[in-house]
Design a binder for this molecule. Sequence first.
Ligand code: ADP
Ligand code: MG
Length: 361
Amino acid sequence: MVIKNLTLHNFRNYEDETFCFSEGLNVLTGHNAQGKTNCAEAVFYLCTGTSLRIRHDSQLIRRGASGARIAARAATRFGDVTLEAVIFEKKRELYVNGNRVTRAADFVGNMNCVFFSPGELRLIQDGPDERRRFLNLSISQTSREYCTALARYQRILDQRNNLLKDSNVSLVLETLPVWDEQLAVYAARIIRHRRQYLARLAPLARDAHAFLTDGAETLTLEMDGTYPEQEEEIVQKLLRQFAGAHERDLRLGFTTVGPHRDDIKISIDGADARAFCSQGQARTAALSLKLAETEIFRELAGEVPVLILDDVMSELDLPRRKKLLERIRDIQCILTCTHAARVLYGAECRKIRIREGKIVS
Ligand SMILES: Nc1ncnc2c1ncn2[C@@H]1O[C@H](COP(=O)(O)OP(=O)(O)O)[C@@H](O)[C@H]1O
Ligand SMILES: [Mg+2]
């Protein structure tokens, strides 16, 4: 898949700009706070229907404007696709090939990207939230079934959590099993997808990490938490777990077990990366996960996503930087940096210079 162009209208600090991307390496340069990440964020939004930097869509609207519009055209193996998101203060409209779609699942996955920024270190070093978010986003982009299961699970979970805050304890205890039944069905589907995904991701991430470190380090990924093989058995196990947690859930006022609490265990050379690895190792491990994610798209969707590398070159040492450039030679990449010459070593690329939300060359 290749993004051909991207139009931003009243999006962040852009008034009206159109980017034309090449098939290979595209480098966005400019000083700090000029709009490089904003451009990358717009691509991410069209691919995933969300942004990692915001709490609310309205933050994406240019200050003083009433709405923002992001549109892009991409060449996919099914032909060209156009995507458009129009964002207002309190609602948004999504369009695929000019047709309005109302469900996020119909929008997500038409265009795919893998996003990497220094913040991705959190993937290795922070709590399980970040790793779940990574799984949810990457699996959603390749599986509608996952995307839908996740949305339904979340809705039921919210309702169950509301119920747990009700003061009528006997009524709550009576009603909980009904919610458990529904929750378990989607939970099991989520778990099955995550397990399948991780089984693919783990060897690819290990390879990418070995490549970037020239064989010096071994990266291992495992699902934290054990579930039976069959989806139906997972449902049964979850029902027992939910039932066993009723009292604790009531006391704490939220659902304490389920896939919204699961984690992935990441180790480097056998040591738990979260506790033991250096900044440099964490950075490389996070990058390896992202490179593995691009490979999975290639395998599952038969499509190579756009790789977005936001401000990461300066954070890698010279050998790893060169390895990375070597690794991404055959895919479309949008890379942002302040000084292109310092990170590219003459790699062939299209340079786009940005100043104050405008393309200047
Ligand atoms: N909703 C918005 N309206 C107007 N300007 C915004 C909005 N959101 C962010 N900005 C501006 O965008 C700039 C940051 O752009 P960014 O793409 O993060 O910079 P960089 O080039 O360093 O990656 C800041 O100057 C910020 O004030
Ligand atoms: Mg930036």
